[in-house]
Design a protein around this ligand. Structure first.
Ligand SMILES: [Ca+2]
Ligand SMILES: [Ca+2]
Length: 304
């Protein structure tokens, strides 16, 4: 390492150490020195500060986005299939953003001091809910401030690339819907005991009834991401378009279309048999919508 590089890193750390106290209130968010020195190899996990979300590095690569007509329960919004080339590695949240992480933002005077309702399910490691697209971006803005890194909502292409984890099947674990209860908090048999009957639940029992599960309660996908199927829907950066005609092929955010609605992925604890838990399924809703099954995870650019 050259001396100049070392000094720059020291300077960077010093700035990070001052930032939270000076500009963000009384709660000190301490950047982790390890995050400034790690090798961003695919599969590596890291956090940029003590209460920042755990991130995993995803390799650059090429994949086929969307689903073939032969995939059961797929629909035309997932077509035409098209090749996407992501030229640089990036990082994406291992988990959905939790109440702990959200509340740290509020405690540091970020996130517009908004404390979302937890439905009395508990906060801590449960995914934050009742956050709209603007709320999610307020959290991203705070992360950018405390870390100095380029956090953002994932693009739809990045999300599908990471969620598939190299698979081309309906789910990141294969095609068998009956395996969902090992990988997802969805509308399962236990939902019948709750107030949300009528959602055609799965026959299996995931054990969490009619509410969210703490993040990471189920098996991860091949890239180490949890809850890419179910638990909460995840806000993405892209404007809504009814199909993929004209979509970016470089992994970037689609900034044209109906930008009053943004793309949602992964489906949630109230979804099951309509096929919405599939890797290729696309949802959308108004940017102002808050709901007890809407959350998000974040992405971060890795400087090359
Ligand atoms: Ca469930
Ligand atoms: Ca999810």
């Amino acid at each position: 390492m050259r001396l100049g590089e070392l000094n720059m890193r020291r300077l960077r750390l010093a700035i990070f150490a001052l930032l939270p106290v000076a500009s963000l209130g009384l709660v000190c968010v301490i950047p982790l020195s390890s995050a400034t020195n790690i090798d961003y190899v695919p599969g590596k996990t890291f956090r940029d500060c003590e209460r920042c979300p755990s991130m995993v590095v995803v390799s650059a690569g090429k994949f086929t986005m969307g689903t073939p007509a032969s995939e059961a329960k797929s629909d035309d919004r997932e077509r035409p299939q098209h090749d996407v080339t992501i030229s640089s590695s990036f990082a994406i949240g291992v988990f959905e953003i939790t109440f702990d992480e959200w509340d740290a933002c509020v405690a540091a005077n970020g996130c517009n001091n908004y404390l979302p309702d937890d439905e009395q399910w508990g906060r801590n490691q449960r995914p934050v809910i009742h956050v709209n697209w603007h709320d999610a971006n307020a959290y991203v803005d705070w992360l950018r401030q405390v870390s100095g890194e380029d956090y953002r909502l994932p693009s739809e292409a990045e999300w599908e690339f990471a969620a598939r984890g190299g698979t081309v099947t309906a789910y990141s674990f294969g095609d068998d819907e009956n395996s969902l209860c090992s990988f997802a908090n969805a509308a399962d048999a236990s939902l019948n005991a709750g107030p949300d009957q009528g959602y055609l639940p799965l026959a299996c029992d995931d054990g969490f009834g009619a509410k969210t599960a703490p993040v990471g309660s189920f098996k991860p996908n091949p890239y180490g991401l949890y809850d890419v199927h179910g638990n909460v829907w995840e806000w993405l950066a892209d404007c809504w378009n009814e199909a993929y005609s004209g979509a970016p092929v470089d992994g970037t955010t689609w900034t044209e279309g109906n930008c009053n609605q943004r793309v949602l992925r992964s489906a949630s604890w109230v979804d099951a048999r309509g096929g919405s838990l599939r890797s290729g399924h696309r949802g959308r809703i108004d940017v102002s919508m808050r709901s007890n099954n809407l959350g998000f995870r974040v992405a971060r650019t890795i400087k090359q």
